[in-house]
Design a protein around this ligand. Structure first.
Ligand SMILES: Nc1ncnc2c1ncn2[C@@H]1O[C@H](COP(=O)(O)OP(=O)(O)O)[C@@H](O)[C@H]1O
Ligand SMILES: O=P(O)(O)OC[C@H](O)CO
Length: 496
């Protein structure tokens, strides 16, 4: 008899989640747990890898026991994860040798400046599709090897392993028997050649990282290991892995070239499917692997925004204007617009298309009439304007206008934000019924690998629209707002 469920593990920046899906792609059970964020110095962000694992293990147990199932009922596990976050562990002690250095961490920005000064920008872009930036894993691994006492020697002895969060979870789920990753996570390390789909020896040498540390790279949809942990009592195949933004692209069923999604979570990540050949951006976007299924590779253009929904958390926790993130909509709706206030949320630098790690946030245009509501509204507008900047860059790269934007993630529930987004872009913004598209994408990748679903067409038929936001015609106010935003951004940039 066919097993009933697929279990998706969604290990995000602020919380670990486990979601059980059934054959109709419906959610049967969800468990979620937040974990500790460490900010040891300005610009540094760390997680405890053991807490990443223990929080994920506890939500798995909670999600399956809530509906009284066990490993025998689960056809496969799909894993999706915060990307780039870097963990290095020792195979003798089985323990991490340093905290996880999180994607948001900027400690290697100066080293990246040196790489740029060596004239490596084009070479690295050609090989990896990426911009040289502290965002990616490569310079974070190097930092650990250079700064943790004894690490380099252990690495040279072949005793250390590197993994993004997917590899780390698989290592723990398999009790140290599988050291693997998938192409999408690999493509965010700045060490992976997206043309050959291999680790790049030149880049490993440049950053002085022994190849023995690197995981074996699998496709995004295949049985890559079986669980050995006691959580399930029975071995369960791990059959789908993808970085969370790529999983969301798949979960949104953006499987045709030209289809595009934005996930409004802690950050925002706009992704455009460009088909089976990589397209290198001329407008400061990233080229990345969207997924590999069987022999077929799909690529995407990505615009990464470091601060999205987290600006709302700052309005909540830093300014105390609201008690919960969702209250921002009510507060911002009490004014018709931001009253000329602009909020550039460069709280941890600016990513695409500006790539200025030293830029810092700015609120400008304040008058005696400005209230909390105007600032809240300007914060939401800032999320939409950043997305607009990326959409402009994508349209230029593709030499074609964008047609519609699919949205998901926590802040996509904000109707005011979604309507303003549609107005800025001048296209429909489409929100699906299931906004847990990241987990759904990982579930689909796993289920397809084990024959739980027949093919992509079968899963595509499950995608449903919840609401479409249609753009209002562009008027002088929107035009002026775009110009005001451009001016505000230019004031935050350190490299003019
Ligand atoms: N109604 C809302 N309006 C604006 N932002 C919101 C709303 N609800 C949640 N958020 C923001 O969305 C983010 C959480 O989204 P989620 O997709 O769970 O993020 P992540 O996966 O990055 O942890 C938080 O930063 C929160 O402030
Ligand atoms: O955990 P999220 O949803 O904020 O996503 C983080 C991204 O993968 C970082 O590149």
């Amino acid at each position: 008899m066919m097993k009933k469920y697929i279990l998706a593990l969604d290990q995000g920046t602020t919380s670990s989640r486990a979601i059980v899906f059934d054959h109709d792609g419906q959610i049967c059970s969800v468990a979620q747990k937040e974990f500790t964020q460490y900010f040891p110095k300005p610009g540094w962000v760390e997680h405890n890898p053991n807490e990443i694992w223990s929080s994920e293990a506890s939500v798995i147990a909670e999600a399956i026991s809530a509906i009284d199932i066990n490993g025998l009922d689960i056809a496969a596990i799909g894993i999706t994860n915060q990307r780039e976050t870097t963990i290095v562990w020792d195979i003798d002690t089985e323990e991490p040798i340093y905290n996880a250095i999180v994607w948001q961490d900027r400690r290697t920005a100066e080293y990246c400046d040196k790489l740029k000064a060596q004239g490596l920008v084009d070479k690295i872009r050609q090989k990896t599709g990426l911009i040289i930036d502290a965002y990616f894993s490569g310079t974070k691994i190097k930092w650990i090897l250079d700064n943790v006492p004894g690490a380099r020697k252990r690495a040279e002895m072949g005793k250390l392993r590197f993994g993004n969060v997917d590899s780390w979870l698989i290592w723990r789920l398999t009790r140290g028997t599988a050291h693997v990753t998938d192409v999408t996570n690999a493509s965010r390390t700045m060490l992976f050649n997206i043309n050959t789909l291999q680790w790049d020896d030149d880049l490993l040498k440049l950053l002085d990282i022994p190849r023995s540390m690197m995981p074996e790279v699998k496709s995004s949809s295949e049985v890559m290991a079986h669980t050995k942990t006691t959580i399930f009592a029975h071995e369960v195949p791990i059959a789908g892995v993808a970085g969370d933004q790529q999983a969301a692209l798949f979960g949104q069923m953006c499987t045709e070239p030209g289809s595009i999604k934005n996930t409004y979570g802690t950050g925002c990540f706009v992704m455009l499917n460009v088909g089976e050949k990589p397209v290198l951006s001329k407008n400061n976007l990233l080229t990345t692997v969207a997924w590999k299924i069987g022999d077929k590779v799909n690529y995407a253009l990505e615009g990464s925004i470091y601060v999205g929904g987290s600006v709302v958390q700052w309005i909540r926790d830093g300014l105390g204007f609201i008690k919960s993130s969702s209250e921002i909509e009510e507060l911002a709706s009490t004014v018709p617009d931001s009253g000329g206030v602009y909020f550039v949320p460069a709280l941890t630098g600016l990513a695409a298309p500006y790539w200025d790690p030293y830029a810092r946030g700015l609120i400008c245009g304040i008058t005696r009439g400005t209230t909390r509501a105007h600032i809240a509204r300007a914060a939401l507008d800032g999320i939409a304007f950043q997305t607009y900047d990326i959409a402009q860059a994508m349209a230029k790269d593709m030499n074609a206008p964008l047609t519609e934007l699919k949205v998901d993630g926590g802040a996509s529930r904000n109707n005011l934000l979604m309507q303003f987004q549609a107005n800025l872009l001048g296209i429909n913004v489409v929100r699906p019924k299931i906004t847990e598209t990241t987990a759904l994408g990982a579930a689909y990748l796993a289920g397809l690998a084990v024959g739980y679903w027949k093919d992509i067409d079968e899963v595509k038929s499950q995608w449903r629209v919840e609401r479409t936001f249609e753009p209002e015609p562009e008027n002088d106010t929107i035009k002026a707002a775009k110009a005001g935003w451009e001016d505000a951004v230019s004031r935050t940039l350190t490299k003019k």
